[in-house]
Design a protein around this ligand. Structure first.
Ligand SMILES: *Cc1c(COP(=O)(O)O)cnc(C)c1O
Length: 411
């Protein structure tokens, strides 16, 4: 959280006092550092030795268009998982040839959208999806670029809800035989263009072993295909690099890229990565106000509808008072006003706080605002971007009228 630091005992984001943000924009609010976003994206882009290799930012982790534009301008592509995300990245002028479309349940409409946009590749996750893409491409008199997402059966560790590369997870195709059949089929189809192989083994990964093993598996497949005369443009090793929420020490992007490029040396395929969290997580905090104190509860004005990760995955986020105070010996549970016992933002945290104080929930940039909902008819928080000593509102706080906007009374 290098962009978020105390300055004379008050928490700043870059050169802006966060208490000013809380007062000017209200709470709860998401606040992001432009500098941190740039540093994190550059940590990928500038680490590639081979200029053809590509980092496609996983839009699902943080999708505000102001932020996507910053990331695009630094040279990243995008990994998308829905038509809505495709719409977002096109709205900021993303290069279609740097867009990868992932996800197990692409609809015909989304497939059509992707073909018409001329994206780099659909990462295909089942035989049925492959045939649907072929049919859609035929309807459109076109040839759709695809890669097969394999399930390499690698356990990357971490919470069950965020591993994606084990047999029995719903992602990718695990049978080697099926993978070959689909590749061979695609290579003879008029309406499919097999351009790569892909995998994504999980999230919050803390060592490089899984990536190395995945690369080995994917190389084996690609080599076999090459023997059969099928040459691929890229091998996509997914995202998933972890970040420091508490005391984890994940490898930095440079280490990941160096070891993979070393493995790729002498190969014809390009390397693609799909980082999400490792670019977005430490760029943002969620600001919230302590409304009430009761027993060991700090009851704040942010809730699970604003930041779902603690309720969804028992995720832990560091917290701090915007006024730097000495560590208190009291252990607090920080909870919101939503009527669910799972509505907590942090448990057993030791900070000093009184009613009316402002608190920052750290590392909330990834899978934070993007998972926000209107549960309990709570308008979603605003998003603010800090650039040096300036702040700009990049998403307005929703209003009560916004909540009713799409609803009609049936008469
Ligand atoms: C979620 C996801 C990512 C990004 O994962 P992070 O852990 O945020 O880096 C990349 N690729 C695919 C296919 C995903 O589903």
């Amino acid at each position: 959280m290098s962009s978020f630091k105390y300055n004379s005992s008050e928490l700043f984001c870059e050169n802006v006092n966060l208490k000013e943000i809380a007062k000017d924009f209200g709470t709860p609010s998401y606040v992001y550092s432009k500098k941190a976003i740039e540093e994190n994206a550059k940590a990928y882009v500038n680490s590639f030795d081979n200029p053809k290799n590509l980092a496609c930012f996983a839009v699902k982790s943080l999708s505000n268009i102001s932020i996507l534009k910053i990331i695009k301008d630094l040279g990243c592509g995008f990994d998308i998982v829905s038509g809505g995300e495709l719409h977002r990245v096109l709205s900021i002028g993303a290069d279609p040839k740097k867009i990868i479309f992932s996800g197990v349940g692409k609809t015909e409409k989304e497939i059509e959208q992707g073909i018409q946009t001329n994206i780099l590749s659909f990462n295909v996750e089942s035989a049925s999806e492959l045939y649907t893409i072929e049919r859609k491409a035929k309807d459109l008199n076109s040839s759709a670029p695809i890669s097969i997402r394999i399930n390499p059966d690698i356990d990357s560790g971490g919470h069950d809800y965020i591993t994606t590369g084990r047999k029995g997870d719903k992602f990718g195709i695990s049978s080697i035989q099926d993978i070959f059949e689909l590749c061979r089929y695609s290579s003879t189809s008029q309406n499919l263009n097999l351009v790569g192989l892909a995998c994504h083994i999980g999230s919050q990964i803390l060592d490089l072993d899984g990536y190395i093993k995945s690369a080995d598996k994917i190389f084996e497949l690609s080599d076999q295909l090459s023997k059969e005369g099928i040459e691929l443009d890229f091998l996509d090793l997914g995202g998933g690099l972890g970040v420091t929420y508490e005391d984890e020490v994940p490898p930095v992007p440079k280490e990941l890229i160096s070891s993979l490029e070393k493995k790729f040396s002498g190969r014809k395929e390009r390397l693609i990565l799909e980082p999400g969290r490792s670019i977005s997580a430490n760029t943002g905090v969620l600001l919230t106000k302590v409304e009430y104190i009761k027993d060991n509860f700090l009851i704040v004005d942010a809730a699970m509808n604003d930041l779902l990760r603690p309720a969804l995955y028992k995720a832990t986020h560091g917290v701090c008072n915007l006024d730097e105070k000495k560590e208190s010996t009291k252990n607090w549970n920080i909870v919101g006003p939503v009527c669910e016992s799972s509505d907590f933002l942090a448990k057993n945290v030791s900070i000093e706080a009184v009613e009316g104080d402002y608190i920052a929930i750290n590392n909330a940039g990834a899978y934070g605002f993007v998972m926000a909902s209107n549960y309990n008819s709570r308008p979603r928080a605003c998003e603010v971007l800090i650039n040096d000593d300036k702040s700009s509102l990049i998403r307005k706080r929703e209003t009560f009228d916004d909540l009713l906007e799409l609803e009609r009374i049936n008469d």
